[in-house]
Design a protein around this ligand. Structure first.
Ligand code: GAL
Length: 407
């Protein structure tokens, strides 16, 4: 079995839950305090069992991996960056990790810098999926393979693979949560009011999330069981530039002022992710007169949102185990560095203990379909935070009952 540092913190008592998640979660269960964890991760190589010979060959070859993340202002990308760094450094690679402050020009510059530094592999989560065509043509000319990380990079034939979660399913899980929570199939004549908040139009994932949720809820909107008082049901109307919390809050304050100030009850705020959910929650707290508890969805398991879930201010989040995404990226990256063309077989040969599908149909970036490794997201609520996030090693639980991400 392959996964690094598996034994480190994985107490036998955790085993059952970990099997539902993945070995990598155990990796990250190590007390991975910030940056130094990456250095400490190095000895994991020695711990690699003998049957991991193939990967070890590549580790011996070494090399530099350039990782370009969008921003540190959205919590999850900090975790992605540190998990990716830990994975690649654990295999003996040098890592150059950049964050581009959600500025497109900055990301182009950062990637230019990584190319100039002769990195052997690029792992990129784009700020704007449409803006990297030129710089990635340079990467291609320099013979550097590129993995499109989490967000699909559009209009470039320079990317070899896409690794992400099943983004449409993220939205479906949010929509289905609402269907179940309100028992919409048995609603009879009862009606419920819902408003949508989606993500950044520059992020290719955002429409997948929105469509997954909207397609799930549309039958109930068509039937009249769900009503959208603002009438805002198109992605462009509900999108949030840069997934920004304040932007989401302001839009939602306007919605509450315009459509709910007469006492109309809001039942659901369908938010595509946690940063937007945070803004919507703030707006509801400050500008909503109703006394009912509004169902609020999210995605990512950000710390503030998990606290809100514990405090009954947010209802659910869709959690994506980015520690596993980093493991998948490492294995795809190593295969590319060895000159291989990984396919579905990698899922088995790499020994991933998390669910993943190999998809060669869903993600066309304008130059053709990009082969994709898609991991599986899960629903997290107040009831299962302990089981899904803490027992699996991704988070620790405070005495006060709040969860804090590891890594
Ligand atoms: C998406 C990502 C989400 C969320 C969002 C905001 O691309 O898939 O998990 O983090 O960006 O950064």
């Amino acid at each position: 079995m392959k996964k690094k540092f598996l034994s480190v913190l994985l107490a036998a008592s955790m085993m059952a839950t970990v099997l539902a998640g993945c070995g990598a979660s155990a990796d990250t269960a190590a007390p991975a305090a910030d940056a130094p964890a990456a250095e400490e991760a190095a000895p994991a190589e020695e711990a690699a069992p003998a049957d991991d010979a193939a990967a070890d060959t590549s580790a011996a070859a070494g090399g530099t991996v350039g990782i370009s993340m969008p921003t540190q202002s959205l919590e999850r990308w900090n975790r992605d960056g540190s998990y990716l760094k830990e994975q690649f450094e654990g295999k003996g690679y040098t890592v150059e990790l950049t964050y581009s402050d959600n500025k497109i020009d900055q990301q182009v510059k950062d990637i230019e810098g990584l190319i100039a530094d002769n990195v052997n592999l690029l792992v990129i989560a784009a700020i704007d999926g449409e803006s990297l065509t030129q710089v990635l043509a340079d990467a291609k000319a320099a013979g550097i393979p590129v993995i499109s990380y989490d967000r699909l990079i559009m209009n470039t034939d320079a990317i070899s693979y896409y690794v992400s979660f099943d983004n449409y399913t993220v939205g479906k899980l949010q929509g289905q949560y609402v269907v179940d929570a309100l028992d919409l199939d048995n609603a009879g004549d009862k009606t419920y009011n819902i408003e949508f908040t989606a993500g950044d139009p520059a992020d290719n994932n955002a429409t997948f999330f929105f469509n997954g949720a909207y397609d799930t809820l549309k039958p109930y909107i068509d039937k009249g069981t769900l009503v959208v008082p603002s009438g805002q049901t198109k992605f462009d109307q509900v999108a949030t530039a840069q997934w920004d919390t304040a932007t989401a809050m302001e839009r939602f304050q306007n919605i509450l002022g315009s459509y709910y100030s007469d006492g109309t009850q809001l039942d659901v705020a369908l938010c595509s992710n946690d940063s937007t959910a945070l803004g919507v929650t703030q707006a509801i707290q400050s500008d909503y007169a109703g006394k009912n508890s509004v169902i609020i969805t999210g995605q990512d398991g950000d710390e503030a949102n998990l606290a809100n879930i514990v405090d009954d201010k947010q209802t659910m989040t869709v959690y994506k185990a980015v520690a596993n995404e980093a493991v998948a990226t490492l294995d795809i990256g190593e295969a590319l560095l060895k000159g291989e063309t990984p396919d579905e077989g990698l899922i088995k040969s790499a020994g991933w203990e998390f669910e993943c599908t190999y998809d060669t149909e869903s993600y066309d970036n304008g130059t053709g379909v990009i082969p994709s490794y898609l991991l599986v997201p899960i629903v997290v609520t107040k009831e299962n935070i302990q089981k899904e996030l803490v027992d699996t090693g991704y988070y620790t639980m405070d005495k006060d009952g709040y969860a804090h991400p590891v890594g």
